[in-house]
Ligand binder design. Sequence first.
Ligand SMILES: [Zn+2]
Length: 156
Amino acid sequence: MLLVNLRHLEAHEIHLKGELGVAELDFGLRDEMIRAEQPLRYNLTVEKLQEALLVTGSLQLILDCQCVRCLRAFEQELILEDWTCHLPLSGEDRVAVNNDCVDLTPFLREDMLLEFPPHPLCNPACGVLKKVKALKTGGRDVATPSAWSELDKLKL
Ligand SMILES: [Zn+2]
């Protein structure tokens, strides 16, 4: 858990730097093409505003992916350079406070998940180049089988 003690924030802002393990993050991934087994690195500043916490900083996570087109394994780095999270301390949307502490973990998890690629590709052009070539040579995809048909073979 990544806890912030509200009492420590009364006087001045807090800097948090470290790593959160996968077990704590528990992304709940069901996609076989993406695995998150490396820790999430964070470098954050937490300030207390009038009735809220303001968390700013950077998040970094390296995913182990498998390309959906060529099935190659590759690493994808996700970086949120200017991450900002506003957590109300009052009102309907207020965050849970336990023993003066707020757990930032769910907010890191949520925003990191939004960055996950829906269809991981080893590079944006993977499986596309061959098609472009075929178009230039008259539009018939004669020479090379597409990555998709390779994929179908593998599934068989
Ligand atoms: Zn690929």
